[in-house]
Design a protein around this ligand. Structure first.
Ligand code: ADP
Length: 642
């Protein structure tokens, strides 16, 4: 079965793999110690072998030398016996002759047990000492020497090999070895010790022939070469192994702890790396001399250099504009002295391609694990995009304000025209009345009549101008087209989003997704929504706590009308009705124009809709507008009803 493949790693997490060796590293000291211990044991064993060999060699050489000495001793005794035989030959035959021979007595003093004179027919002639042999023989076996007599017969000396050994073996050899004489059946003939030789000792056996036919000399070492596994060194080695095993156990635990810490560190490093790479803020760390010690990818991209090209650089930096080095250096020195403003400062940097751009820099002290201040960490925001957005927003607001002013101006002019229409008509009527009255007079003053006529003409002219202005400005028919009301509401609210955010007002949209497409002028309806939401925002400006506007859309039960509600949780309408609110120039705001709601109402009415304002059930104001789904049909129905 194929081994399951590792899940693909994110490049940010692809840190160098952990070396394999390190996993079993804790066992290395134990292994080395075991190798060392094995070496020591082998050395002990070899040393034991060497000692045994040395002892064996000494044993062999001592055995050889002892055998030589013992053989020489026996041979000398044989010569001495021959000498006795020669002397006996020279003397008169008879037993007394033997007893009087001093050499014979000396022999008996050494280790001869008895001296026997046999004639040619092997009959006893004489014997020293007199009496039975057993009296002097003592314990142990005996051996004999013989020397032929010229007179025919043999002189036989019986001796004690044990005594011979005692006299031949030097004391230091007797201390070192147990020396035994054995016959060919392993029976002990003589021994320097009463004890049986112990097991496990080295011994060497050597033949005594020809001095002692069928006799063997055996040396057994008294000292035992201690076995290599007995004794202090092995006990020490065992203690050493136990100690190393315990230390290895501790080392293993320690290394596991270190491994766990390292794994945690690696995870954290990978996370940090991923976070740093995903940041849109540039980061740079500098030491106390101002040398760059770290830059993240964002900062490197911002200035168009690779991180490794920047790290290690000292001021002036390559991204400083050439013409303001001095000023930036002053600022740099101020920052290094810890005087950088907490709220950040603006700077202008130069991209590698020569382009200048504005940045916002925030400096903070860089402190190491021991709490020592080691440099400065700066976060850098590229202001280009923000500036562009601000500029666009400013222009948009200006355009909106401009449009608003234009609309308002149109409405003002329209209202003025409406208001002036009546006085002008009244002037024209009064003028006509006065002229009629004057004509009834017998002699009307022609100058007055001309003036009145001119007055009437001017009043009519003024009325016509006003009428034309009014028609031109306000009687623009809505540009009707299919319009998705929810999109219109969303668009209107979106335009105000920043303004509302600034006012800390939350806008909730409760839009009915099943709303039909209606026929309306989307631009004008959007203006109405903007006006209502902006008014609600203004009403909430002074409110503490939550500020909320709910803009909703819904369909009437009969499906003929759609409805838009704009509700706020502000102070409410203070008892004012829709008429009062929509009255031209009615405003409670210091800088209000008082035309907004009037315009809203005229737009809604132009769409044959209805506009209303009430206090919301939970407090606050509720503005409602209703629009016919099918404007053409409603127009028809209204005309029918008219
Ligand atoms: P302006 O906004 O210039 O004052 P408007 O015609 O838009 O003119 O509004 C007229 C007045 O209606 C406002 O000054 C205010 O007193 C009142 N008004 C409008 N909307 C609200 C509202 N949501 N809550 C309370 N009062 C409101």
């Amino acid at each position: 079965m194929p081994a399951p493949a590792d899940p693909p790693r994110h490049p940010a997490l692809a840190l160098p793999p952990r070396p394999k060796l390190r996993r079993g590293l804790w066992a290395l000291p134990l292994l080395l110690s075991l190798v060392f211990v094995a070496g020591v044991l082998l050395w002990l064993r070899a040393s034991e072998q060497a000692d045994l060999e040395e002892q064996r060699l000494a044993l062999v050489s001592d055995a050889l030398s002892l055998e030589t000495q013992a053989s020489a001793r026996i041979e000398r005794e044989t010569l001495l016996l021959k000498d006795v035989a020669t002397r006996l030959d020279q003397r008169a035959a008879g037993a007394p002759a033997l007893a009087t021979l001093p050499e014979a007595q000396q022999g008996l003093h050494r280790f001869w047990i008895s001296l026997t004179w046999l004639d040619a027919a092997n009959r006893l002639v004489a014997q020293l000492p007199d009496g039975p042999d057993g009296a002097r023989s003592g314990p142990g076996l005996s051996a004999h020497l013989s020397a032929p007599l010229a007179s025919g017969g043999t002189l036989v000396a019986r001796y004690s090999p044990g005594e011979m050994l005692r006299q031949t073996v030097p004391w230091w050899l007797a201390r070192k070895y147990d020396v035994r004489l054995l016959d060919s059946f392993d029976a002990v003939i003589a021994s320097t010790t009463e004890d049986r030789p112990l097991e496990g000792r080295q011994s060497w056996r050597i033949s005594m022939a020809p001095a002692l036919a069928d006799g063997y000399l055996e040396l057994t070492a008294r000292d035992v070469v201690p076995r290599w596994y007995h004794g202090l060194p092995v006990a020490m080695v065992a203690g050493f192994v136990a100690l190393i095993a315990a230390i290895t156990g501790m080392l293993r635990r320690q290394m596991h702890g270190v491994s766990r810490a390292e794994a945690a560190w690696r995870t954290e490093a990978a996370w940090r790396q991923a976070m740093e790479d995903s940041l849109t803020v540039g980061l740079r760390a500098r030491d106390l001399d101002g040398r760059l010690v770290y830059v993240n990818r964002t900062l490197a991209d911002m200035v168009g250099y690779e991180p490794h090209e920047l790290v290690g650089l000292l001021p002036p930096m390559p991204y400083w504009p050439a013409d303001s080095h001095e000023e930036i250096m002053q600022r740099h020195l101020r920052n290094m002295a810890g005087q950088a403003p907490r709220e950040g400062y603006e700077a202008r940097w130069r991209h590698r391609d020569g382009r200048l751009f504005d940045v916002m820099v925030f400096e903070a002290p860089l402190v190491d694990a021991r709490g020592v201040h080691i440099g400065w960490m700066g976060s850098i925001l590229d202001m280009t995009e923000r500036r562009r957005l601000e500029e666009r927003e400013r222009r948009q607001t200006e355009t909106m304000a401009h449009h608003g002013r234009l609309t308002m101006l149109g409405e003002v002019a329209s209202t003025l025209a409406h208001e002036l229409n009546q006085p002008l008509t009244a002037i024209a009527s009064y003028n006509a009345g006065v002229m009629n009255s004057m004509l009834k007079l017998p002699s009307p003053d022609p100058v007055v009549m001309r003036a009145l006529k001119r007055l009437g003409e001017q009043a009519a002219h003024a009325g016509a101008i006003v009428q034309r202005i009014r028609e031109f400005l306000t009687r623009r028919e809505p540009r009707l087209e299919p319009c998705t009301l929810n999109v219109v509401i969303e668009g209107g609210v979106a335009l105000l989003r920043r303004e509302l955010q600034r006012q800390q007002v939350q806008v909730v949209l409760q839009l009915d997704a099943a709303l039909p497409v209606i026929v309306a002028d989307a631009v004008l309806i959007e203006q109405v929504v903007i006006n209502l939401v902006r008014n609600a925002g203004d009403a909430l400006a002074q409110r503490p706590g939550e500020r909320r506007i709910v803009a909703g859309s819904s369909l009437s039960a009969d499906g003929r009308f759609v409805r838009i509600d704009v509700r706020d949780n502000g102070p409410g309408l203070g008892g004012l009705g829709i008429e009062a609110l929509c009255a031209p120039f009615f405003s409670t705001k210091a800088e209000g124009m008082g035309m907004g709601l009037a315009i809203c109402r005229s737009i809604i009415e132009a769409h044959h809709g209805m506009f209303d304002a009430t206090n919301a059930p939970g407090g606050g104001a509720l503005f409602t507008l209703t629009l016919p789904v099918n404007l053409a049909a409603s127009e028809l129905s209204m005309e029918d009803g008219a």
